[in-house]
Design a protein around this ligand. Structure first.
Ligand code: BGC
Length: 395
């Protein structure tokens, strides 16, 4: 049995964990009055310039540090998590996410390293969907399909940001308004995404949005993790547990067929902790289509409470990552398209499977899949979603 502590609550594998509700009011209270830096019992948040976009927009970098020295650096461009330093078994801090040292790399080319992804994370088939009788056309940026919100998704905009600190930790609140018609999506979408670093070595991501017209919304976080440390090679020995008895098989363009297939007896069964690489080269049609794991898992969960979705253990360093989410799905992407063409932080060359993503989300192509949980946000409704990335060490 795996024991986990979240905000002082003890839980066990597969248990549902409730964190205190983080309401809009709390966020507002936390970051009033606005300031450029602040501290909380040894934890701190600072803000510094990080460069300028080609359009002349200033980009800022926030550094969140908790009482144990865990550090998250994130910038206003794309809400990108630039680095995430967590201790190993010996207490040594290591950066466990892929990316670049400076803004220039992210502006040049990036497979969504560390970014906030939207308006619709993952794929929408044939770059279109029909909602309330009207068909909306989106940019096709992944063959015939739309990936991660189109050609200029939320990963490529400069967000407004304010630091905050309060009882739950130190953090940064990003806000952005996506105008009506942005990338073909209907409705003006007003968003707030917060990163909170707690003294329990958790990074809490809270998403909030409202719209003035019905629109699909599927926001996620696209960090590429390597718990052995950025630049340490592939992640194939890292042991994955995913709380999902089913997944959504895909066609050759990685669009779900609509079936929720059982994982039992397939290489997609991570209900027992298994090394990522143990079955990745198996003779399996779905693995061939994804070039490895690039699939949405249907989380086993009750209701919309925060639930344990996945756990990864890196045997060498002992670092562990537990993912909790209110979302129904989890895209496990094993970095299949990293091909050595990107040189990232400290000259590290990123080759296939040098990192993995665990993207908490609704299922891909939901706007075209009536059998999937709805992603439609309507005027008067509030989009609220929470994901917790909890770091630790195994003995
Ligand atoms: C997708 C992959 C894609 C990657 C980078 C992931 O979310 O599932 O297919 O290659 O993002 O774009």
């Amino acid at each position: 049995m795996v024991e986990i502590e979240v905000n002082g609550l003890m839980t066990y594998d597969r248990a549902v964990v409730k964190l205190p509700a983080q309401a809009a009011g709390e966020i507002a209270r936390l970051y009033a009055p606005p300031a450029t830096s602040g501290t909380l019992q040894g934890a701190r948040v600072t803000r510094a310039p990080f460069g300028t976009t080609p359009a002349g927009e200033a980009v800022d970098l926030f550094t969140l540090t908790n009482a144990h020295g865990m550090e998250v650096r994130t910038m206003t461009y794309g809400g990108i998590i630039v680095s995430l330093k967590v201790p190993d078994r010996a207490g040594l801090l290591g950066d466990v996410v892929l990316g670049y040292d400076s803004l220039a790399g992210y502006l040049r080319t990036t497979p969504y390293f560390g970014a906030i992804v939207g308006r619709y994370g993952n794929r929408i088939a044939h770059a279109q969907f029909t909602l309330d009788g009207a068909t909306h056309h989106l940019p096709a940026n992944d063959g015939a399909n739309t990936l991660h919100g189109g050609t200029v998704g939320f990963d490529k905009v400069v967000w407004d940001a304010e630091p905050f600190w309060g009882d739950s930790g130190v953090g940064v609140a990003f806000t952005h308004t996506s105008p009506d018609g942005d990338q073909g999506f209907p409705g003006k979408l007003e968003m707030r995404v917060t990163y909170t670093l707690t003294d329990q070595n958790q990074l809490i991501v809270d998403y909030y949005a409202t719209t003035d017209k019905a629109t699909p919304v599927n926001l996620t976080q696209h960090s590429y993790f390597n718990l052995a440390g950025d630049g340490s090679g592939d992640v194939l020995q890292q042991v994955m547990w995913i709380n999902a008895g089913r997944y959504t098989p895909v066609d050759s363009a990685l669009i779900p067929t609509g079936v929720l297939a059982p994982v039992a007896g397939t290489p997609f069964d991570f209900t027992t902790p298994t090394a990522i690489g143990a079955r990745i080269a198996a003779d399996d049609e779905q693995l061939r289509r994804g070039h490895g794991y690039d699939h949405n898992f249907v989380l086993d969960r009750a209701g919309a409470e925060l639930a344990h979705a996945a756990r990864v253990v890196e045997p060498g360093s002992g670092r562990t990552l537990d993912v909790f989410t209110t979302q129904p799905g989890l895209q496990f992407y094993s970095g299949n398209f990293l091909d050595g063409s990107i040189t990232g932080k400290a000259g590290h060359v990123y080759r296939q499977r040098n990192g993995f993503c665990l993207e908490t989300q609704h299922f891909p192509d939901s706007p075209n899949q009536p059998g999937f949980p709805s992603t439609i946000l309507r005027p008067g409704e509030e989009y609220r979603s929470r994901t917790v990335f909890a770091f630790g060490v195994s003995p």
